[in-house]
Design a protein. Sequence first.
Length: 330
Amino acid sequence: MARYSYGGQALIEGVMMRGRNAIAVAVRNPEGEIVWETERLDQSAVHRHRAAGWPFVRGLVVLYEQLVIGTRWLTRSAAIAASGQGVEIGGGMIALTLVISLVFGIALFFVLPLFLAQLVSRPAGQATLAQHLLEGAIRLAVFVGYLLLISRSGEIQRVFEYHGAEHMSIHALDHGDPLTIEAIRKYPTAHERCGTEFLLVVVVISIFVFSLVGGQSLLVALVARLALIPFIVAVSYEVLRWGARHRANRLVRWIYEPGIWLQKITTRQPDDSMIEVAVVSLEEALRADGEPLPAGSMEPTRRMLAPAATPDERESGRIENDAPEGEAAP
């Protein structure tokens, strides 16, 4: 059994697994091949800093890595799934995509609930606490409604199926089972360390934190909420970790059950080919961390993704990839 709690993210026709010191990505290309690549985390200044593993700091580090690396690989996986080419996405495009996503998320999940709550409660003369509770209820409703809306898309449904494959594979690893389709099929698509559950915890924690902020104008209230987001994220990550460690306790399991219910929207039962992709991603993450594979694990056929060409290589038409199959590129 691995000594680190592995996590992941569903991509377009693929899965990204985050290990202790590296991430591994596996995507199925249009030819039906599983292509993979690993990326070191311990080479980044953020990850190497001694404070990166501290409580209430590690959550911000993980969020940063997921936003930056996750956005880049989500975009790149779409290119691989469409054309089979692992085109490297420019830093400017990644930054633009990230900024647009953050602005959209803040507007939808923070500005809109705050505006609606103040619009409804101020004329009615409701107390500040009631206003905060109303704001939290609106934020939760918007969050769930957004998930329900996007889940109607056929492409998103496939992403949710890969999400299920990611969770089921991690369940098998957590229990020391071999990474095979038969063993993985025993487990549910929901997982206690899921990002969906984390977002639900963020919503709940935000209700309590924002209730400590007195009534102000819309602009001041919004600035205060934005300033408190890092604190809420840091606390929520620790709450999620604690809940995952103590899930065997009946009371804890009951408290966190809404997070499992919510994953009925964001996960689906995958087919066998999706589980194979998740297994490749998890196995390569384990290898990159120097961890052994669970005994009896299958080894789906895979091919290392050729590194993206540099400008000089694109001009000369030369791209080299000499890493042997089954080993991570240096």
